[in-house]
Design a binder for this molecule. Structure first.
Ligand code: NAD
Length: 343
């Protein structure tokens, strides 16, 4: 397995492999860029099929965090960690303590928080071994409602830009993945009168949104070709690819999942089809914005900062139109300017 020649290597500052024999911990931490401050980004726990798959994920996700934190106007660099394990594993104490010890060895260059497969209680376990954990109980806590708020406002910005309307009432929105963020997103969308079509691989989560929000449930493979206004990817990454793009009937793709485009060129394909894409790391920054308020936690200040996502996206969309470029390209350029200026 190569690192420096890896296709997803992007001048990362540090990549750390952690192993603890007793707990069975196998984790990788990637610190992408610290120009703006210590690297901050969640920890994902997943059944990766190979070490290489985990490396690819952590390299891509950590780069995304650098861009996300910069675009959100945070004094934080980009990093991410992955634990190679079944996210449903029951015995988590030893594992997350070992993870915390590994984070501690970096001396504050990287702060971890929750991501897919990791909960606030896991973060609290790791925190017993290191101060360098964020999203703590009693402080900023679960970032998901804030990510959902930002995503909801991002969908509104996309609808405003494309159709000139301020309300989502009567619009059909498909949500792929109704987990932590997807659930709260559905709540916002339902409250505004949107019609929901949802999918997940977890039946209990589906039952909940069907009952509470009257959502129509479809099978995972049927989510792409639904006749909807907006498709919101809120599960895992790379769901926008050569196979799915021809199926998409929505004119807007705006959701909270990280790394939605399988490859950069898929952003071009969406643009050519007239589908407006809200760059993932811009629309899904709500959670990390909330985490950035961890020290002297103030929910209303965090909420106000999350609400800025609406205008940031409007700026990205209008620059993309004016310059006939993809929204992803424009966002990358804006983020890079901020990162380079901080060097
Ligand atoms: P989660 O694990 O709680 O939810 C993901 C949901 O997707 C689960 O319910 C899972 O069953 C479902 N799912 C998995 N594979 C699926 C498939 N093939 N088809 C349909 N559903 C599937 O995670 P989350 O915290 O809600 O995060 C969702 C996405 O948003 C992830 O990509 C995450 O990286 C990203 N994100 C989350 C946050 C946050 O604050 N939690 C912040 C930024 C980005």
């Amino acid at each position: 397995m190569a690192i420096f020649n890896h296709i997803s290597f992007d001048d990362h500052e540090q990549v750390v492999f952690c192993h603890d024999k007793e707990s069975g911990l196998k984790a990788i931490i990637a610190i992408h860029n610290t120009n703006l401050g210590p690297a901050v980004g969640g920890c994902r726990m997943w059944n990766y099929e190979s070490d290489d798959e985990a490396v690819t994920d952590v390299l891509r996700l950590s780069r995304g965090m650098t861009y996300k934190n910069a675009m959100a106007g945070l004094a934080m660099g980009g990093g991410k960690s992955v634990i190679i394990a079944d996210p449903k594993v029951q015995d988590r104490e030893a594992l997350f303590r070992a993870f915390g010890r590994c984070i501690d060895t970096l001396g504050g260059k990287y702060y971890s928080a929750e991501d897919v497969g990791v909960s606030t209680s896991d973060i609290m376990i790791a925190h017993q071994e290191t101060p360098y954990m964020a999203g703590l109980e009693g402080k900023s806590g679960d970032p998901s409602p804030f990510t959902a708020l930002g995503t909801y406002l991002g969908i509104k910005a996309a609808v405003k830009h494309q159709r000139g309307i301020d309300s989502l009432k009567g619009l059909k929105i498909s949500v792929q993945g109704v987990g932590h963020v997807g659930y709260y997103l559905c709540r916002h969308l339902h409250a505004e009168g949107a019609e929901l079509i949802v999918t997940d691989i977890h039946q209990a989560s589906l039952d909940k949104v069907a009952t509470e929000f009257g959502a129509t449930v479809v099978a995972p493979q049927d989510i792409y070709h639904q006749d909807v206004d907006v498709y919101a990817p809120c599960a895992l990454g790379a769901t926008i690819n050569d196979i799915t793009i021809p199926m998409i009937k929505a004119t807007i793709v705006a959701g909270c999942a990280n790394n939605q485009l399988a490859e950069v060129r898929h952003g071009e394909m969406l643009k050519d089809l007239g589908i407006l894409y809200a760059p993932d790391y811009v629309i899904n920054a709500g959670g990390i914005i909330n985490v950035s308020f961890e020290k002297d936690y103030d929910a209303s200040a965090a909420t106000a900062k999350v609400e800025e996502i609406y205008n940031t996206l409007l700026t990205v969309f209008s620059h993309a139109d004016e310059q006939n470029r993809t929204t992803g390209d424009v966002a990358d350029e804006m983020a890079r300017a901020i990162i380079d200026a901080a060097k």
